[in-house]
Structure formats: C-alpha cells, structure tokens
Design a protein around this ligand. Sequence first.
Ligand SMILES: NC(=O)c1ccc[n+]([C@@H]2O[C@H](COP(=O)([O-])OP(=O)(O)OC[C@H]3O[C@@H](n4cnc5c(N)ncnc54)[C@H](O)[C@@H]3O)[C@@H](O)[C@H]2O)c1
Length: 416
Amino acid sequence: MSGTQKKLRYALVGTGNRGTTMWGRELLAGWGDYVELVAICDLNLMRAERARQMMGSGAPLYRDFAQLLVEQKPELVIVCTRDSNHDEIIVAAMEAGADVISEKPLTTTTDKIARIREAERRTGRRVDVSFNYRFAPTAAKMKELIDAGTIGDVTSVDFHWYLDNRHGADYFRRWHGFTAESGSLFVHKATHHFDLLNWYLDSDPVEVKAFGDLVHYGKNGPFRGERCRTCPHAGECPYFFDLAADPFLDALYEEPSAVDGYVRDACVFREEIDIPDTMVAAIKYKSGVKVSYSLNTYMPMEGHHIAFNGHKGRIEMRQYEKQTWTTPPADEIVVMRSFDEHEPERIWMPHQPGGHFGGDNRMRDMIFKPGSNDPLRQRAGSRAGAMSVLTGLAALKSSRSGGSVRLQELMDIKAL
Ligand SMILES: NC(=O)c1ccc[n+]([C@@H]2O[C@H](COP(=O)([O-])OP(=O)(O)OC[C@H]3O[C@@H](n4cnc5c(N)ncnc54)[C@H](O)[C@@H]3O)[C@@H](O)[C@H]2O)c1
C-alpha cells in the first residue's frame, strides 16, 4: 500500500475470543497498514476493556452501538456478537452508511435473513460473511480439481465432519447449546459446511431430509453441576474444563462474567440444552447432486472427510485438526480416475500457519489488500451466508418434523 492511501476506519462489535483475536489483535498486527480500529463495542464493558488491552488499542469503548455510529462514523463494522443478534448490528451499521463483515453464521432465522438482505439492497452497502474454510489451501485445491472437470460432472458427495470431545464439548458449555441463540449446530457450525458444499458445487440446495438427537450431552449426563469451576464432580467428569489454566480466556471471561452472568465453563450436562449433538442430513441440489452429510460432536478426533463422486472418477480428502498422522501435518487428497490402471494420484497439502489451516490469513488478505483477485470466488457475501443458514434451518425443521423440507417452503429463495 502506498503511504498516501487512507486506512479503512473500522469498529469492532463483540469482544469475545473471536472478536478480540481474529478481528482485533491479529488484524491490527498483520493488516494494520490497511485498517484503523476507531471504536470497540460490547454490552460488557469490563470484557471490552480487557480486550482493548489485549489488542494494544486506544480506541474508545462503547456499550451503545447507536451512539458509536453517530460519534465515530466507521466505514466498516465487524460483527462478532452472538449469532442471534448479528442482524441488529448488521442492519444498523448499513443504515449508518458502513459496510459490514459478519462472523458466521450470518444469522439464525428466515425473518432475520430477509431483514439483512432488504437493508443491503436499500442502503447499497456490502456484507461479507467470514467463510474462512473456503480459503484453506486444501479447499482451494479441491475446488480447482472439481472445476477443471477432473472427475467429470459431480453426481454425489459424501461429507462427514467430526468435532472432538474438547472443541465439540465447548459448544455445549455456552449459549450455542440453545436453539434460540445459535439456531442449533445445524446453523451455527454446519453453516461452514453447507457453505463449502454450495461453493464447491456452484449450485443451490433445494431439499433436505435430516435427523438429529441429543444423545450425549445435556440431559444425558450421569451427573451435573452449574459450572466446572465450582462443580463437585470436577474430579470424575471427563469434560472438566479448567478455565483458570488458560490465562487469555480466563482474563477475557472470568471476572467479566460478574457483569453479565456469561460463564465460559457452564456444565455440558445442563438439563436445558435443547440442540442435537448427533446429526445427519441428505441434501438435494438444484443441479441434481445428492449429498450425504453428518456432524458428530464428541469424537476422539477432529476433522472432516469429504469425497466427490463423478461420472469420470472420485476425489477424496481427509483433514484432521489436532490428531494428525503425518509429519509435518498435511491433508491428503486422493484423485481416482475411472477405468485407469494407474495408482490414484495422491496430493499432500501441508497445513499453513494461522487459524483454519491458513484460511483466516488468506481471507483477510482477500478482503483488505487492495487489488486482490478472486478467481475461485472465495469471497462470500450475504446471499451465500443466507443459503447456508437456510440449509441448516431446513435440516433442523426436518429433524424435528420427520418430513423432508424444501428451502423454498422456508422463504422465497428466488427473491434472495
Ligand atoms: N469463522 C469462524 O471460524 C468463527 C470461529 C469462532 C467464532 N465465530 C463466530 O464469532 C462470533 C463470536 O464468537 P465468540 O466465541 O467470540 O462469542 P462470545 O459469546 O464469547 O463473545 C461475543 C461477545 O459479544 C458481546 N455482545 C453480545 N451481544 C452484543 C450486542 N448486542 N452488542 C455488543 N456486544 C454484544 C458479548 O458480551 C460478548 O462479549 C459468533 O457468531 C461465532 O459464531 C466464528
């Protein structure tokens, strides 16, 4: 960037872990030539103050987002609040003339999708959605192989995602365990996965049949407490989480919990948890492609397996988070061509530094570095955010009603 180019003035809303790291400390450290943090907003001012210190920022703190908009007039607002209130911040930001980057999922209901899309059209502002998995080099390589016709037209996909008993359990310690806050993991987590499918296949999903049950966490636990820090079962519970052992999370969440009651280590066996922990779905696409999907949340490993089946072959990929069986850690892509006597082609994709296998850094480059090209159409907007949320809402509805659900029943997709 030339020394004369103006920095983009942005406000950060929501100073939990994601806001403070990805869109605060890391963004300022790596992309500080392009952006300037002009305001920080959180309903919990103690957490916001801690976050500000961690970010090394002098930006003013706000509890009232409307006041922030009037006083600071940011050009960009980055939304890192709970999923269920992203829409309020997104719409107010655009109405005040700012562009928006929303953390995923874009939102949690069809009414909120409609509100965001209407406000975007009306104001002419832009909403980006942080689908960082699209930017992982392995995902980009898969997309290139599919688009190049390596296996002919894709006819079906096998897609299975595994969350381990630390990361998976973490969703059940917090607000994510309630459908009203997260839309369930069919929305909160699977929004990434459904977006990957929509992007890989370059088509819209039309119909979903799903099953989902809560069989491990919540009411299924053999005992329960309020939270790990005070739990009488701490010594025997495999899910005991020692927040105090993580100085960063402890500083951001423990004392600030006195302000708003948001404890970071609530019991994974709380009776009130109302989301499924074991989910499967069959999805049919406009293009005719059929997908078999699953999400499990208490596994001894974390990662995903995906395979694209086509008229001329099959591409498989395996990616593991922590339990890597290769040194250095790498993802394996296997390309099998039909009626080919040769060994399948094996492509090893080394993991890249930064979050989400290098996806977080590449996404920030794409958004903030001037002149970035986007040949794989990785940069995602609100329509992509909406389509993946709708797929999750259809899956949730199907899992509860027993029938299959067409996305068009939920809202008018043609008008999206
Ligand atoms: N892209 C990814 O891979 C990725 C990874 C992690 C989290 N996320 C997303 O980031 C978001 C934040 O996640 P987190 O774990 O930091 O959540 P968190 O609940 O720990 O933090 C959210 C913060 O927002 C604040 N807040 C809530 N409502 C607010 C409002 N109306 N105005 C101002 N502040 C408000 C809360 O007080 C809290 O400090 C979620 O939407 C989550 O899905 C995305």
